[in-house]
Design a protein around this ligand. Structure first.
Ligand code: ADE
Length: 237
C-alpha cells in the first residue's frame, strides 16, 4: 500500500526513522550509518532508505523544508507505516550567546509562530515537547560525544526563514531559546496527534548575531557526525 507521498510497501520502512530535511543528506546518512541500505521510496525526490543500525532495522527519510512538509511525511509514517519513533536531524541558526556554530542542540521544547499548535483542539494551544524516553535516551547518547558541546533546551520553529523579527528573537532569547529552525514544531505536533514518539537534534550551522563563526569543512563534518551518532543511538536506546 502506498500513500500519496510515499511509495514503499508497509513493512519496508522500519519503526525507527532518522529524518533530515535535505534528501541528499538523507542518502548520505543512510549510506554512512546503515548496513545494507535500500531505497524504498522516492516520491518528489524525497528518498527513504531502510537498512540496519548495529543490527536493528532503521530507516532514513527526508522531511523537506518547513512545518507543512514534515507534517505530511511524519503523519503518513506514523499512521500508515507503523513508525514508532522519528528523530529529526537538521541544522538551525544559533540564537543564544551560549551556543556556538557547530554545537549540537537537543530540542526539549518547540516554540513557534505557526498556527499549527492551535489546529488540533479548539481554544487550546498545544505545548510542543518531545517524547520523554527519546529525550532521556539522548541524554545518555550525548555523554559519549566528547568533542562537540551538546545543549538541551527550547528552540523556535519559524514559518519563514527570512522573517524573524528582532523583537521576536530578543524575547525568545530572554526565555532561554537556543536556536531557530523550521520543522521541529510540525514533528512534535504530529507525534502527539498520531501517538508516536519524536525528538529533534540539531547542529548550529550559523549564528544569528555572529556571522563570523563560519565552520571549516572538518568542523562541519564532526558536528554533523556527532548529531547523527546521538540520534541513531537514541533511536535504539
Ligand atoms: N536553519 C539553519 N539556519 C537557520 C536559520 N537561521 N533560520 C531558520 N532555519 C535555519
Amino acid at each position: 500500500m502506498a500513500t500519496p507521498h510515499i511509495t514503499a510497501d508497509v513493512g519496508e520502512i522500519a519503526p525507527l526513522v532518522l529524518m533530515p530535511g535535505d534528501p541528499r543528506r538523507a542518502e548520505r546518512i543512510a549510506k554512512d550509518i546503515l548496513d545494507d541500505p535500500k531505497l524504498v521510496s522516492e516520491v518528489r525526490g524525497i528518498g527513504a532508505w531502510t537498512g540496519t543500525y548495529n543490527g536493528t532495522p532503521m530507516s532514513v527519510m527526508a522531511s523537506g523544508m518547513g512545518i507543512p512538509s514534515v507534517c505530511i511525511y511524519a503523519t503518513e509514517l506514523y499512521r500508515f507505516y507503523g513508525v514508532k519513533r522519528i528523530i529529526r536531524v537538521g541544522t538551525c541558526g544559533a540564537m543564544s550567546p551560549n551556543v556556538r556554530v557547530r554545537d549540537v542542540i537537543v530540542a526539549t521544547a518547540a516554540h513557534t509562530n505557526s498556527s499549527l499548535p492551535h489546529l488540533f483542539v479548539p481554544d487550546a494551544s498545544l505545548s510542543l515537547a518531545p517524547s520523554f524516553s527519546l529525550l532521556h535516551g539522548a541524554g545518555h547518547a550525548a555523554k559519549a560525544v566528547k568533542d562537540v558541546p551538546v545543549h538541551f533546551g527550547p528552540i523556535y520553529s519559524s514559518d519563514h526563514f527570512y522573517l524573524v523579527k528582532p523583537a521576536t528573537t530578543e524575547g525568545l532569547i530572554k526565555l532561554g531559546t537556543l536556536g531557530v529552525e523550521m520543522e521541529a514544531t510540525g514533528l512534535y505536533a504530529t507525534a502527539m496527534a498520531e501517538g508516536g514518539e519524536a525528538l529533534a537534534i540539531l547542529t548550529a550551522s550559523d549564528h544569528l548575531f555572529d556571522p563570523s563563526q563560519d565552520m571549516t569543512a572538518a568542523e562541519r563534518e564532526t558536528s554533523y557526525q556527532a548529531m547523527v551518532e546521538i540520534a541513531a543511538n537514541t533511536l535504539v536506546f
